[in-house]
Design a protein around this ligand. Structure first.
Ligand SMILES: Nc1nc2c(ncn2[C@@H]2O[C@H](COP(=O)(O)OP(=O)(O)OP(=O)(O)O)[C@@H](O)[C@H]2O)c(=O)[nH]1
Length: 922
């Protein structure tokens, strides 16, 4: 049973209880109100009744009074002197209306109260009525001329229960004639009262004010003429008014509510009593009726309630069943509606989608046709055997390939592939597509006309609703230009343009791979570092173009000496590296090195010239010597450097002493960089003597390095290092400044024309150049002319002379400085440079002087060089003069100046000054 139904039942119970309570309350209220009502009604009835009785009695008595008035007037109007005898009075009384009436009659009493006659023939004549109250009242002198009602009593003649109405009869002159009285039968009113009672308990009374009962119902006979003053005291106490009081009748054993009323202007009281018992009975009857009604109502309520509950139970069950059915129906309807709405939405969505799809398709087609990228769509057909069939290509695809669409439909993308299309890339693409994965690639494709182009393509798998791959979409872009430029950039970065060999970058990268491969395979490698010997001279003598050709030819020859699996590159000007790979032993290495030396030593036939060069090779072994690219390259370089130093045209294996030597050089290079700042350099001076007069005319400044730990280090050791490391520029500047300061001092002290020669390295002219502005400003500052200095340059500088070098030499000469060509005769000096560069002095190398004897070749060469120099206007300085004989021979040959141990070793400045002084004194 549902909670609703329980609630309903509770409501029914409550309603029943309410109905019963209401019925009981209504009945109680009804009883109570009817009780009140009845009492009020009884009271009201008694009041109305008493008024009606009063009216009736009053009216009846007024009628009788009218008779009395009539008789009275008739007697008064009798002629004066007429006798009031019984005949006359009887005549008067009989002529009027009272005759024949039974309820009252009229009698006349004379002035003495003796009966004269009666209207009904009653024998009252001579009966004394003078004791009657009414007679006494009327006879009194001050008697009022109005009707008087006498007390009830039994009639003296009639013997009836009567009371008297009477009037005083006077003569026309006011003389008392007697009393006209009308005895009225009380039963007349008693009967009327009896008939008027509406209930058994009701009592009606007419009481004389004197206290005697005139008429009553019930118990008329019993109460007549009884003094009821005690009983009806309330009514008689206030004769002017009306009212109500409670009275108890001992005789009837009943209590009544009595309403009384005084009859207007008469000494009579009418009272009507109503017993509350009567009302109680009625109330009881009402109660019974009401109780019965309540009982019936309760029964009915219970019945209805029970019926309602059982009906409600049924209704509840039916309602629940209905509710369930309804809920079920509602649920179904709801679901159905939802399904329908969903289906409707779906349908609408589908319609919209189709519309959109149509629009999209049109848009896509438009976009695809206008796209600059190529689009190719294939079915997701067999990838391995025939390849997927083409089902769509866009306009860009047609333009790019030269095929029209119809030619491509149904065929496979293989029609675009060719010999340079990477198989490996295609395999990778195919593998990805078989997994339905998107894939990107760059491949070479071929147009209809056979020309190739690079494409960058991204292929994605189009999947159907079940996730199965249905098509492949390939978006392609022509990247030929990018590839070409990438290729070019790559080549520029990796390939030596002159020889087509891998350059330093590529060689190093490949070298790294080979080291890994060798480590993996357990094989060894041999690295050769090859530098052509004196290749610079080839350039110098035959020109750069010939040098290029020679390098190309050298590369070709080298290739013939190595296997396909070996790898070689050009890593510098005339430097080649050769990597012998997959070696199980080093036995073949030497043979290859010798073969290379042989190939290089064969003459190079270039531009109808036979040119001879050789090569120096440094060899290092991996993993025996090292396993890192940089270490191996360094090793081979060091070994090559040693091969050079051992006289060139040879190969040298790397050993660890070389490494130590290299490290020593590295340390020294570091020390060299600090030496300048630490003031570790000194200038020593060697005199240059004027051979004609024997005086010290000049001094060559020679640098010395006083190392704090290693002591004095020779320039032959550190100058090449300074040149290699670039510190030579700083060192050269220091030398210049120091020489200027010295020459200033010595010029002022000893010889205003004194000159100091300083050596300038070719590297100084190349690396940043000579800071001639700084040098000249120093000369200005020191107030010394440029001519106080001689710059000694080597033939190397002249051989490699470039415009920038020429400019610098020119600038120095412009400042007044003189030029001296050092080591003259040992190199490939071009004599034309001597005049072009305004050389002032040539210094004959000491190698010509050291073994100088008369008629020797060196003597002839020296004489030739001196003669040539003089012819060109140059002065000659002979170096390395150690003996007087040498000095004499050179002097005899016309040499201008001499320098050597014969005169002095290089000495410090202070000692040199001593030499000047001594020479001057000598
Ligand atoms: N023709 C030509 N010469 C080059 C090229 N690259 C560098 N050189 C020159 O090759 C020469 C290399 O000289 P080095 O190896 O230092 O000296 P070298 O004359 O060979 O003397 P050693 O090596 O000491 O035997 C320099 O003169 C460069 O200017 C090039 O591509 N073509």
């Amino acid at each position: 049973m549902s909670t609703n139904h329980q609630a309903y039942k509770r409501r029914v119970y409550s309603a029943c209880v309410l109905v019963v309570c209401a019925a009981v309350s209504i009945c109680a209220w009804k009883v109570y109100s009817s009780c009140l009502e009845r009492e009020n009604l009884a009271l009201e009835q008694s009041r109305s009744f008493v008024r009606a009785i009063e009216a009736h009695v009053s009216e009846s008595l007024q009628l009788i009074d009218l008779s009395l008035i009539g008789f009275s007037n008739a007697i008064r109007l009798l002629p004066p002197g007429a006798r009031l005898d019984p005949e006359t009075i009887s005549a008067i009384l009989s002529s009027n209306g009272s005759r024949g009436r039974t309820d009252y009659w009229v009698l006349f009493l004379d002035a003495k109260g003796i009966g004269v006659a009666a209207s009904n023939g009653l024998k009252v004549e001579g009966v004394d009525y003078s004791d009657r109250d009414y007679f006494r009242v009327h006879r009194a002198a001050n008697a009022e001329r109005k009707m008087y009602v006498g007390e009830p009593d039994l009639g003296r003649v009639s013997k009836k229960r009567i009371f008297f109405l009477s009037r005083r009869v006077e003569s026309h002159d006011g003389k008392f004639l007697g009393v006209i009285a009308a005895p009225v039968e009380a039963s007349l009113f008693a009967n009327m009262f009896r008939n008027a009672r509406f209930r058994e308990d009701v009592s009606i009374s007419l009481i004389h004010q004197g206290g005697k009962m005139i008429a009553s119902a019930p118990l008329f006979e019993e109460y007549f003429a009884n003094d009821v003053r005690e009983h009806d005291a309330n009514a008689l106490a206030d004769p002017q008014s009306s009212g109500t009081y409670r009275a108890y009748s001992n005789r009837e054993k009943i209590e009544r509510t009595v309403s009384y009323r005084m009859i207007d202007k008469l000494p009579l009281v009418v009272s009507v009593g109503v017993s509350p018992d009567g009302a109680d009975k009625a109330l009881l009857a009402d109660l019974k009726v009401n109780s019965a009604a309540i009982f019936i109502v309760m029964l009915l309520t219970a019945g209805i309630g029970r019926f309602a509950i059982s009906a409600a139970d049924k209704v509840g069950r039916a309602r629940e069943a209905l509710l369930k059915v309804r809920q079920d129906i509602d649920h179904r309807v709801f679901r159905r509606t939802a399904d329908l709405e969903e289906a409707n939405l779906r349908l609408q969505g589908e319609v919209e989608e189709r519309k959109e799809a149509g629009l999209r398709l049109a848009l896509f087609e438009k976009c695809l046709s206008q796209l600059t990228d190529m689009v190719l769509i294939t079915e997701a057909g067999p990838l391995m055997e025939t390849g997927p069939r083409i089902i769509f290509v866009n306009d860009a695809f047609e333009r790019q390939t030269g095929y029209v669409r119809q030619e491509m439909m149904g065929r496979t993308p293989r029609m675009l592939q060719g010999p340079r299309t990477s198989r490996a890339e295609l395999d990778r693409v195919r593998a990805a597509l078989e997994r339905s994965e998107a894939v990107k690639t760059e491949v070479v494709n071929y147009r209809k006309d056979g020309s190739e182009y690079w494409v960058e393509m991204e292929i994605v798998a189009v999947k159907d609703a079940e996730g199965a791959c249905s098509q492949f979409v390939s978006i392609q872009r022509d990247i030929t230009e990018r590839k070409l430029s990438e290729d070019l950039i790559w080549k520029q970065a990796n390939i030596d343009a002159l020889t087509g060999l891998p350059n330093r970058n590529m060689f190093i990268a490949h070298f790294g791979h080979e080291i890994k491969n060798a480590a993996r395979n357990g094989t060894s490698l041999a690295l050769m570092f090859l530098d052509l010997d004196s290749f610079k001279e080839v350039n110098d003598v035959y020109g750069h173009d010939v040098g290029d050709l020679l390098l190309q030819e050298a590369a070709r020859r080298l290739k013939t000496c190595i296997r396909d699996c070996d790898f070689m590159g050009r890593i510098g000007g005339d430097e080649f590296t050769i990597l012998l790979t997959g070696l199980s032993s080093y036995q073949g290495v030497e043979r290859v090195a010798e073969e290379i030396l042989g190939a290089m030593s064969r003459p190079f036939q270039l531009q109808e010239e036979s040119i001879f060069v050789s090569a120096s090779i440094g060899i290092t072994l991996c993993p025996d010597d090292a396993s890192a690219v940089s270490d191996l390259l360094k090793n081979a370089d060091q070994a090559m450097y040693v091969a050079k130093s051992k006289g060139r045209n040879r190969f040298v294996y790397f050993d660890h002493q070389m490494q130590e030597e290299a490290q020593r050089r590295m340390r020294m290079a570091g020390d060299l960089r600090n030496a300048l700042a630490n003031g570790e350099f000194e200038l020593h001076y060697q005199p240059i003597v004027n051979l004609k007069n024997g005086r010290i005319a000049k001094a060559e400044a020679l640098i010395r390095w006083r190392h704090p730990q290693k002591g004095m280090i020779s320039p032959a050791t550190f100058i090449p290092l300074a040149e290699d490391t670039g510190t030579i520029c700083g060192v050269g500047n220091w030398v210049f400044e120091e020489a200027v300061r010295t020459v200033v001092a010595w010029r002022s002290r000893y010889d205003p024309a004194f000159q100091i020669s300083i050596n300038a390295s070719p590297v100084q002219f190349k690396n940043g150049g000579i800071p001639h502005a700084r040098w000249l400003s120093l000369l200005d500052e020191m107030r010394v002319p440029g001519s106080s200095l001689v710059i000694e340059i080597t033939e190397r500088l002249l051989l490699d002379v470039e415009d920038s070098v020429k400019c610098q030499l020119y600038a120095l000469r412009q400042a007044g400085m003189q030029m001296s060509l050092d080591d003259f005769g040992t190199g490939y000096s071009s004599l034309s440079y001597l005049t072009k560069l305004n050389i002032d002095y040539i210094k004959i190398d000491q190698s010509f002087v050291s073994s100088l004897t008369p008629d020797s070749d060196d003597m002839i060469l020296c004489e030739a060089m001196i003669a040539m120099a003089h012819k060109l206007g140059l002065k000659v300085v002979a170096e390395g003069i150690e003996t007087e004989a040498q000095c004499a021979l050179l002097k005899g040959a016309g040499c201008d100046y001499g320098q050597g141990y014969l005169f002095s070793r290089p000495v410090d400045a202070r000692t040199f000054e001593g030499l000047i002084v001594a020479h001057a004194a000598a």
